[in-house]
Design a protein around this ligand. Structure first.
Ligand code: NAD
Length: 502
């Protein structure tokens, strides 16, 4: 099968990375430093298998240095007037915009995603996060309260109020699927609230986070307010999650790692917010606008190769339209152009790593063995690399692993339904509850179903619509806490009650 080939990056800075893979540095206390040991992690372009940089492999000792730097910077940043924090956040957004082409190419090289996803969705999305939370920094406010305390001294009055105060030092731990925008979703509200941060990007995709760190320093962020440690989850990530100098962990990643973080955070009762996995249903009713629903359902799963937490990976299609919809999605899948992310014609890139491609292949193989039918795809695409053909699987039942497990690849399972109650039950029959979409022209069905489906976000006649103003996060084992929107600021603020007898 044909794969669209590599096209050189236009940014001179990114091209230079390819000519001579750099030994990258980490950001600790305002200085760009190596790890205490010599070990490094290779950043690989999954489209070619080429090493594009080597990042330091941070140890527990490096984490300790970064946490100390964040702790030392905390009092000063928390006391910085909100408008001054806002000015810096806004400048960061401007700098992201000014470097948007470079950041998009770097993200594509490091992660594999098609350039259009990075350039038009994710990097602008990162800038939007900083702009939105620049506004929020000056809008943080407590309340005044009139308590009904009956035992107050005679002739006295009680006056009480609340203050919102930053939680302290935040460990932000993020995954590899959408590195920069997920990083921005943690950093922007944390910094707006007055917290300082130690960021740990995913080991496969640290490069745009490190470049963002440079831009944030250029924007005037004081030393130590943001620290970045690059390293492995089991060592660097685990050390951060357990560190007693960390007050809060803001995590995005798998449900399994979320559990490990909860365990590790017990020691000093850290605040923890978890944005975890999903197995999001796409429910297509018989009165849906079919062209819109077919293209929408295909995009819901194949966008970014299905490496999206909210990917619509389970389609429930009404029996009256089932054949037309499944043929339509399968046709869309079969016609997709796969190739190197930097090729402007590429619609779907490789999966991020050989490990991830093997995992997805294993889950497809398991579905075949369990008796499911592969409508289209189902195999590696091309002789080399980590490309998986967009795949549609039918003849599945709710108990199958392919219906229950998050695949995190371009794999859709389709099931037919006739009864609305049944489809609600099937959609909710999952340990996850991250997102869902409903496709219908009936206002009434859309409203009713959106209330009954257990999910942090329900989209109607669309899927994966993000905005910095819209809270995103899960119910059930998809986690708790919200990124984006005013709700996200709460993750980084404590309530303090002050009560006075006058
Ligand atoms: P992962 O859980 O393996 O890794 C995420 C991050 O955690 C990485 O930085 C990793 O190094 C670190 N980590 C791993 N083990 C750790 C430990 N013991 N202690 C501390 N940190 C540790 O996830 P992944 O494979 O990188 O990402 C895919 C997962 O992320 C999927 O499940 C996906 O659904 C989820 N995700 C969720 C959202 C959301 O908003 N809900 C968004 C994107 C991705």
């Amino acid at each position: 099968m044909e794969l669209l080939g590599f096209v050189p990056p236009k940014s001179a800075r990114v091209a230079a990375t390819l000519d001579a893979p750099a030994d990258a540095s980490m950001l600790i206390g305002g200085a760009w430093v190596g790890a205490e040991g010599d070990a490094r992690i290779a950043s690989i372009d999954p489209g070619t298998g080429r090493v594009i940089a080597n990042v330091p492999e941070a140890s527990a000792g490096d984490v300790d240095r970064a946490v100390s730097a964040a702790r030392a910077a905390f009092a000063g940043w928390a006391a910085t007037p909100p408008a001054a924090r806002a000015t810096i956040l806004w400048r960061i957004a401007d700098l992201i915009d000014q470097h948007i082409d470079e950041l998009a190419e770097l993200e594509t090289l490091d992660q594999g995603k098609p350039l259009y996803v990075a350039r038009w969705a994710e990097i602008p999305g990162a800038a939007m996060q900083f702009r939105f939370f620049a506004g929020q920094a000056t809008a943080i406010e407590g309340r005044t309260i009139t308590p009904s305390i009956t035992y107050q001294p005679a002739g006295k009055e009680v006056h009480a109020w609340t203050l919102r105060e930053p939680v302290g030092v935040v460990a932000a731990i993020v995954p590899w699927n959408s590195p920069l925008v997920l990083t921005a979703m943690k950093l922007a509200p944390a910094l707006a609230a007055g917290c300082t941060v130690v960021l740990k990007p995913a080991e496969d995709t640290s490069l745009t986070a490190l470049r963002l760190g440079e831009l944030m320093m250029e924007a005037g962020l004081p030393a130590g307010v943001l620290n970045i440690v690059t390293g492995r989850g089991a060592t660097c990530g685990a050390a951060l999650a357990a560190h007693h100098g960390v007050d809060k962990v803001a995590f995005t990643g798998s449900t399994a790692t979320g559990r490990a973080i909860l365990d590790a955070s017990k020691g000093n009762i850290k605040r923890v917010t978890l944005e975890l996995g999903g197995k999001s249903p796409v429910v297509i009713l018989p009165d849906a606008a079919l062209d819109l629903a077919i293209a929408g359902a295909a995009n819901a799963i194949f966008f970014n190769g299905g490496q999206v937490c909210v990917a619509g990976s389970r389609a429930y299609v009404h029996a009256d339209i089932y054949d037309r919809v499944v043929d339509g999605i399968a046709g869309y899948a079969a016609g997709m152009k796969l190739g190197h992310g930097l090729n402007p014609d590429t619609q779907m890139g490789p999966l991020v790593s050989a490990r991830q491609a093997e995992r997805v292949e294993g889950l497809i193989g398991g579905a075949r063995a369990a008796g499911a039918s592969i409508v289209t795809g189902g195999d590696r695409h091309g002789a080399a690399g980590t490309f998986i053909a967009p795949t549609v699987i039918a003849d599945v039942s709710q108990e199958m692993e392919i219906v229950r497990e998050e695949v995190f690849g371009p794999v859709l399972v389709v099931q037919r339904f006739t009864d609305l109650d049944d489809v609600v039950e099937a959609a909710n029959d999952s340990v996850y509850g991250l997102a869902a979409s409903i496709w219908t022209e009936s206002l009434s069905s859309a409203h009713r179903l959106s209330r009954r489906i257990q999910a942090g976000t329900v989209w109607i006649n669309c899927h994966s619509m993000y905005d910095a103003s819209l809270p995103i996060g899960g119910v059930k084992q998809s986690g708790y806490g919200r990124d984006s929107g005013v709700a996200a600021l709460d993750n980084y603020l404590e309530w303090k009650t002050v009560c006075a007898v006058l």
